[in-house]
Ligand binder design. Structure first.
Ligand code: 13P
Ligand code: 13P
Ligand code: MG
Ligand code: MG
Length: 380
C-alpha cells in the first residue's frame, strides 16, 4: 500500500522560558490525534516534544501536502495556543504561528513539515529526528554522512542498491530556489552548497537507482518569513532505513561526532548538536538554552500504522551508553565554545545576525563613524 508519513512541528509556548511544553499541551495534542485516528483521517499518530517544540508524527494514505492533514496540525497548534498556552501565560504562546492565513497548506506559515510518501516495503523501518535550538541546515552534516559518505555508511560500498548513490534536493533558503545534485558524481558541488547551512538546506533525498524517497526534512526559516528573530526553526527529519537504504546503525552513527550547528541561545550562537534520550527526559535544554539537541525515534510502518517497541511507543535510539561518549564530546565542545563569549564564530556571523537587535546597535552608532581621513584630521 502507499503510505504517507507526515511530521509536523511547532513551538506554541513553553514552561520555564524556552524549556518544554506544558503536559496539558501534549495531552491536548494526543486527544486531537486520537480523534483523527477514530474518524479515519489518519491511520496512526504520535505526539512528542523536542525541547519546547511539539512534534506530531502521522501516517495516512492521503499523500503529501494534504489539506486535511495539514489542517489537523494547524488546528491542533492553534487550539493549544488559545486554550492552553495563552490562559497559562506560557512563554512564547503561539510563537511559531506566524500567519493566520491557513488555506490548506501549513508550509510557509511557521510550523516545520517533513513528509514522505512511498509504497510500504515488506518491512519498513523508519527513523524520525527532531531537534531543538537549531535550524534546518543542522541536518546538512548528518545527511551528507548518511547518504554520501562511505566513511559513515558502509552500505554505499557494500549494498548494490545504495552503490549508485543518492540525489539530494537542496534548497536555497534566501532565493527560494532548489537544485537536485547527485552523489557521488556531484559530491564536491553538493558539499560546496551544504557547507553553508544558513542558506542551503536539504529538503529531500532520493535513492538514485529508482528515485525512491529516502529522507525528508523541514526547511522552514522563521526569521525569513517574519523578517525578524522569532525563535529558531527547530527542524524535523524522517529517514527510511535498511534493505536498500542506510541501516539504522548507519543513520545513527551520522550523529556520533556532534556537528557544530547554528541556534542555541537567542538563536544567535553556534554549538554542538547533542544526541539525547527522550524517554529519560533529556530532550530539554538548560545550559545557555542548550546546547542544541536531537532525539531519534524508531518505528516500523506496518499496514500504514506506526509500530513501536510497545504499541506506538517508538524505540529511543539515542538511549545507548555509546552515545554518552557523543554527549561528553558535545558538553566539552559547548563549554569550549562558550569561552569565546560574543565573538565569532561562537556568535553567528554578521549576515545571520540581521534579524536580531544588532542592526539597531549599528544604526545608533552610524552618526559617530568617521571616514578614516576625516578621523585623522580630527586627531590632528
Ligand atoms: P541483520 O543481519 O541483524 O538483519 O543485520 C543486517 C544489517 O544491515 C546490520 O546493519
Ligand atoms: P526556541 O527557538 O526553541 O523557541 O528558542 C528560542 C531562544 O531564543 C532560545 O534562547
Ligand atoms: Mg520557544
Ligand atoms: Mg524550540
Amino acid at each position: 500500500m502507499r503510505v504517507t508519513v507526515s511530521v509536523i512541528k511547532a513551538d506554541v509556548g513553553s514552561v520555564a522560558g524556552h524549556h518544554r511544553p506544558h503536559a496539558e499541551m501534549l495531552s491536548y495534542a494526543v486527544r486531537k490525534i486520537e480523534e483523527a485516528e477514530k474518524s479515519g483521517l489518519i491511520l496512526s499518530g504520535y505526539v512528542t516534544h523536542a525541547g519546547d517544540d511539539i512534534v506530531l508524527v502521522m501516517t495516512h494514505t492521503r499523500g503529501v501536502n494534504d489539506p486535511e492533514v495539514h489542517g489537523l496540525a494547524w488546528s491542533t497548534f492553534r487550539e493549544i495556543t488559545e486554550k492552553v498556552a495563552k490562559p497559562l501565560k506560557l512563554y512564547g504562546a503561539g510563537q511559531d504561528l506566524l500567519s493566520d492565513a491557513f488555506s490548506g497548506n501549513i508550509r510557509g506559515l511557521g510550523p516545520g513539515v517533513a513528509e514522505l510518501e512511498f509504497e510500504e516495503r515488506p518491512s519498513e523501518p523508519i527513523v524520525v529526528f527532531a531537534a531543538d535550538k537549531t535550524e534546518p541546515g543542522a541536518w546538512n552534516v548528518p545527511l551528507y554522512r548518511m547518504f554520501a559518505s562511505p566513511d559513515n555508511t558502509a552500505g554505499l560500498v557494500i549494498d548494490p542498491k545504495l552503490h549508485t548513490g543518492f540525489k539530494f534536493e537542496v534548497l536555497d533558503l534566501i532565493e527560494s530556489e532548489s537544485v537536485i545534485l547527485k552523489a557521488p558524481e556531484e559530491l564536491y558541488d553538493l558539499v560546496g552548497l551544504l557547507g553553508t547551512p544558513g542558506r542551503y538546506a536539504v529538503s529531500m533525498v532520493y535513492r538514485a537507482i529508482d528515485d525512491e524517497p529516502a529522507a525528508a526534512a523541514s526547511t522552514t526559516r522563521l526569521s525569513l518569513i517574519a523578517g525578524r528573530y522569532v525563535g529558531k526553526d527547530d527542524p524535523v527529519l524522517a529517514v527510511r532505513a535498511q534493505a536498500g537504504f542506510p541501516a539504522v546503525g548507519e543513520i545513527l552513527s551520522a550523529f556520533a561526532i556532534p556537528p557544530v550547528v547554528s541556534g542555541w541561545m537567542r538563536g544567535s550562537h553556534r554549538g554542538p548538536l547533542m544526541p539525547v534520550s527522550f524517554r529519560k527526559g533529556h530532550n530539554v535544554v538548560t545550559f545557555f538554552d542548550g546546547p542544541p539537541r536531537v532525539i531519534a525515534m524508531g518505528w516500523q510502518i506496518s499496514n500504514g500504522r506506526l509500530v513501536g517497541v510497545d504499541r506506538k511507543e517508538p524505540a529511543d535510539l539515542f538511549d545507548d551508553p555509546f552515545f554518552d561518549y557523543s554527549r561528553r564530546v558535545a558538553a566539552e565542545m559547548a563549554v569550549y565554545l562558550r569561552t569565546m563569549g560574543e565573538f565569532e564564530p561562537a556568535r553567528l556571523g554578521h549576515e545571520e545576525m540581521e534579524y536580531t537587535t544588532l542592526p539597531q546597535i549599528l544604526e545608533r552608532l552610524k552618526p559617530r563613524f568617521r571616514k578614516l581621513e576625516e578621523a585623522a584630521s580630527h586627531r590632528g
